[in-house]
Structures are given as structure tokens and as C-alpha cells.
Design a protein around this ligand. Structure first.
Ligand code: SF4
Ligand code: SF4
Length: 358
């Protein structure tokens, strides 16, 4: 595979949001970013709206710049994300939508609607057979497979489980249904936090395979029966069921790359990726606080290749910081694993040609 183009515009801490939006607009124009679109295409613009209190997520103003550029091409974009596995305001669609609005993602600021499908409804989930090394059947939110095209807007930052998160993570993990996310996070069933369990029985009610029972008035999960649908996590109002976050090691990165392959399978030539290496934090935007930056602002990267755009972002952040900040922040993680596996799956290449846009 020959090197992919990665377009780049530098940003530093003196740039205002207005000037960054101007640079972004010029980057989109000069890179011919959305030349692949046909008039009338629906475009799912995938991004993370940030957990409550998070300040690192992609700004509404930049999402608006991208959406307006898409609309100028005659496309119909909408902003989109899926609900989370962990307990927080982004776990259910109604609260998630409310939070997105509170963070400024309104039709007034971005020009488009926000869509967050309720993936507890099976009709909103699609299964994609990929028969890859770890994932045989990927479960993703139908809204992404239904869209004609996909644009990923990722905040490039650290992540406790994957070392860093960029384009691949935004698509691989971010487009997965709750069940798909659980499959990536762990090979095992969720676990019960006994001290939080009230014995209300809601988890027993929702389990589709009767893997949950009440034992001495506390929930108990039979991991031999569990199919990892994550319904019990969503159903528990007491935060008494959670993913076994520590399980899996770097395997999560490979599964994530396989999910990205599934999402992109029907988007050949109809996808584009933007990484915002601004306010580069140790943890991801699921962190409900103002996480300080661990590297200087670098800029915005754009490419039709999600592997190249992540590799270029990683290289330039490392260069700007003078060290591998993600390895230092998460010593147990080999963050390049997601890139190697994605490349081996043919999603893209780690070889890139950096094209600087002034
Ligand atoms: S839903 Fe939560 S609190 Fe209720 S029984 Fe299940 S684990 Fe316990
Ligand atoms: S994850 Fe799904 S299958 Fe497993 S125990 Fe929970 S509800 Fe049942």
C-alpha cells in the first residue's frame, strides 16, 4: 500500500477558536476533503460530545465548520454518537442529547441535528459479519451503516486502555452498540458490585438469556450463560453492574481495529477523518472533569486514511512534546498495537505523506 496523504494545519495555544475554525475551513478547502461526496448524500459526522464537566472534546464551532463545508457540497450531515457502557449522563439517549446541547452542540451553532440512537432497541443495531481474528460479528449502531458517508471528528488524546485515542478509536469503539463495546472491552461478562446492589431485580428482568438471578437478594451473573449484551449494565439504576475494565490488556486495541474495519466496510471511498490534536489530555473525553494537557497543542490532521491520520498525529505530538507522552501516561499500554493491527487488516497504512497547509 502506498503512503496516504495527511493534510495538516498547525495550531498553537495563542490561536483563538475563531482563528482555529478559520484554519480548519482552509484545511478542508485545500485538502479537497469532501470531494468524494455525491449531491444529497447523508453524512454521519461521528464525534464525542464530552462527558459532563469535560473540556477536551471537539468544540461545537469546529463541528459546525465541518458541517457547513459538507452542506456546501450538497450533502446532508448530522452529528452522531452512541451511548456509553459506563454509568454517566451519556449512557442513555435522552440525557446524552441533553448533555450535547448543554455543551453547545445545537442546531444554531452547528447548523445540523444531533442523533443519538437508543441501542437498547434491536432495530437500531446492525450485525456485520467480518470473521476477523477476534471479532466474527460486529454489532454497530445502524445509523452509521445507513448513512451514505462517514466523517470522523476525533479529539486526539490519551486513553487508559488503548494508550491513545484518535480516528480508529472514534470509529471502532464509538460506532459500536453497547453490546459491541462490551465485546471489545472484555471477553467476560460484567460483574456485580455487591455493596451497591439493592436487590431490585431490574437486571434479572432485562437479561435475555436468564444469566442473572438474585441470590440472597443480591444480583448474581452466571458468566457461562452471559452473551455480553450489556443490558443489565444499562438497567441498573444503582451502578451495581459494571464492565470488568481491567480484563483484556492490549487485546482491546485489536478488537477495536476490527470494529473499525466493520464500520468502514461499506464506506469505501466514502469516509474522511479529522484529528484535533488540541488540549491533548492524559485521559479520554469520558472523564467528567477538566483534565490538564500533557503536550502542547499541535494542530488538525485530515486524511481519508484513519491509520495514517492516527500515525501522523502520534508522530507530531511526540515530536512537539519531545517524548512519547502517551507511553509515559499509560506505561502498561503499547498504543501502536491498534495501528499495526489496523494496517494488517487493510484499513489503511502507517506510511503517510504529510502535506502542511499554512
Ligand atoms: S439492577 Fe442493580 S441494584 Fe437491582 S438487582 Fe440488579 S444489580 Fe442489584
Ligand atoms: S450482559 Fe446481557 S446476557 Fe450478560 S448478564 Fe447482563 S443482561 Fe444478561
Amino acid at each position: 500500500m502506498s503512503a496516504s496523504p495527511v493534510y495538516f494545519t498547525a495550531v498553537d495555544s495563542r490561536d483563538s477558536q475563531e482563528s482555529i475554525a478559520g484554519k480548519l475551513s482552509f484545511l478542508l478547502q485545500e485538502s479537497g476533503a469532501f470531494g468524494f461526496l455525491s449531491h444529497g448524500d447523508s453524512v454521519a459526522v461521528k464525534l464525542h460530545f464530552g462527558e459532563e464537566g469535560n473540556t477536551g472534546h471537539v468544540r461545537p464551532r469546529y463541528a459546525g465548520t465541518v458541517c457547513r463545508s459538507l452542506m456546501e457540497k450538497g450533502a446532508h450531515p448530522f452529528l452522531c454518537d452512541t451511548n456509553t457502557l459506563y454509568c454517566g449522563r451519556r449512557m442513555v439517549s435522552v440525557e446524552h442529547l441533553k448533555l450535547a446541547r448543554e455543551h453547545g452542540f445545537t442546531k444554531e451553532t452547528t447548523g445540523v441535528e444531533v442523533v443519538i440512537p437508543d441501542d437498547t432497541r434491536q432495530e437500531n443495531v446492525v450485525q456485520i459479519p467480518i470473521d476477523a481474528q477476534f471479532i466474527k460479528q460486529a454489532k454497530i449502531a445502524r445509523v452509521f451503516s445507513d448513512a451514505d458517508a462517514l466523517v470522523g471528528l476525533a479529539h486526539f488524546k490519551g486513553h487508559m486502555m488503548t494508550g491513545f485515542g484518535g480516528a480508529l478509536k472514534n470509529i471502532g469503539m464509538g460506532c459500536a452498540s453497547r453490546e459491541g463495546k462490551l465485546a471489545q472491552h472484555s471477553d467476560v461478562s460484567p460483574h456485580v458490585i455487591i455493596q451497591n446492589c439493592t436487590g431490585c431485580g431490574a437486571c434479572v428482568e432485562v437479561c435475555p438469556v436468564s444469566a442473572v438471578t438474585l441470590v440472597k437478594n443480591r444480583s448474581s451473573i452466571d458468566s457461562r450463560l452471559c452473551i455480553g449484551c450489556a443490558s443489565c449494565i444499562a438497567a441498573c439504576a444503582f451502578h451495581a453492574i459494571d464492565v470488568q475494565w481491567e480484563a483484556g490488556g492490549d487485546l482491546i486495541q485489536e478488537k477495536m481495529a476490527e470494529y473499525a474495519m466493520a464500520v468502514l466496510r461499506e464506506k469505501q471511498g466514502k469516509a474522511f477523518f479529522l484529528n484535533f490534536a488540541l488540549k491533548i489530555t492524559k485521559e479520554c473525553d469520558c472523564l467528567a472533569k477538566d483534565d490538564p494537557a500533557i503536550a502542547p497543542d499541535v494542530g488538525i490532521f485530515a486524511s481519508p486514511d484513519p491509520v495514517s491520520v492516527d500515525q501522523a498525529s502520534l508522530d507530531l505530538v511526540t515530536q512537539a512534546a519531545g517524548k512519547d507522552v502517551f507511553r509515559q501516561a499509560h506505561p502498561g499500554r503499547d498504543a501502536a498495537k491498534q495501528l499495526r493491527h489496523a494496517e494488517s487488516l487493510g484499513i489503511g497504512t502507517r506510511e503517510y505523506k504529510l502535506i502542511r497547509i499554512p
